[in-house]
Design a protein around this ligand. Structure first.
Ligand code: C8R
Length: 248
């Protein structure tokens, strides 16, 4: 039992692959290309599903590289029209509510972000199946797992394509609204191009005082990352969720 536990499919500490992963990818791809963005360049959903699978199937789930996802990302690069991009960190639901009311887009509004949102996936060497029992956890097993590397490369490409003014929605109810270890902090902010302008919105829970502000140390750290890249920065704080959604 000991040996089975540590060498078997159950040995990782993260959730296993989502049931019916392939079917969900195919269905979401069809929905996105036919209903959500029918105007967008026609995409071959079967090829996209196949490229997604071959990125990780039969591979060591702790040895993901950015290159594993090259062919998938080249089939559907995560670009959005200039000036419409919204980043977020610890504010996923709020950011999605915000973009719905504006003509703005998060990474989940691009095809690959939409396909993968909320799903989990990993394979196993010597097998052509997904491991539905467990997948590596970033902290407890390995950082170079397929789920983490996917969001990192996709987020990197999304940030690199930003132009004009872009926005980030940060959680003002946390002590550190900017977290330099988050994907926004370690991947997106450091990959914005010079001359882009980033507007940060610090939004706190309605009915509570904010826990961080534009003059706090976490935002100063964000500002220094951006200064180093010649990215312009503006910051708005002390907004409750309701105020933010109404005024913006
Ligand atoms: N981005 C990153 N992670 C994403 C994601 C996304 O669009 N969509 C999902 N579902 N995830 P967090 P962060 C999952 O700590 O680290 C982009 C991944 O499993 O609240 O700063 C997006 O463009 C990932 O590990 O935020 C956004 O701007 C967690 O959710 C940042 O990166 C990340 O949750 C957000 O990443």
């Amino acid at each position: 039992i000991y040996k089975w536990h540590y060498s078997g499919l159950n040995r990782w500490h993260g959730a296993g692959s989502t049931a019916d992963f392939q079917k969900i990818i195919q269905e979401r791809c069809d929905t996105y290309t036919q209903t959500i963005r029918p105007g967008s360049r026609s995409r071959n959903c079967q090829a996209i599903r196949q490229a997604f699978m071959s990125a990780f199937i039969s591979k060591d789930p702790c040895k993901a590289t950015k290159e594993d996802y090259n062919s998938l990302i080249n089939l559907a690069p995560p670009t959005v029209p200039c000036g419409q991009q919204v980043f977020w960190s610890k504010t996923k639901e709020l950011a999605h509510e915000y973009v719905k009311r504006q003509r703005l887009m998060t990474l989940e509004d691009t095809l690959l972000g939409y396909l993968a949102d909320g799903l989990s996936w990993c394979g196993e060497p010597g097998s052509s199946d997904l491991n539905i029992w467990s997948c590596p956890d970033w902290k407890k097993d390995c950082r170079t797992n397929y789920l983490s590397v996917f969001w990192e490369v996709l987020s990197e490409r999304f940030a690199e394509s930003a132009c004009n003014t872009v926005r980030v929605v940060l959680n003002g109810s946390l002590e550190n609204a900017f977290d330099s270890m988050s994907i926004f902090g370690r991947v997106e902010a450091p990959n914005l191009r010079p001359q882009v302008e980033l507007e940060a919105w610090l939004v706190h829970d309605t009915g509570k005082p904010p826990s961080d502000s534009c003059s706090g140390s976490s935002i100063r750290k964000l500002k220094s990352i951006l200064d180093g890249r010649n990215v312009k920065f503006r910051c708005m704080d002390n907004l409750s969720r309701d105020q933010f959604l109404q005024r913006s």
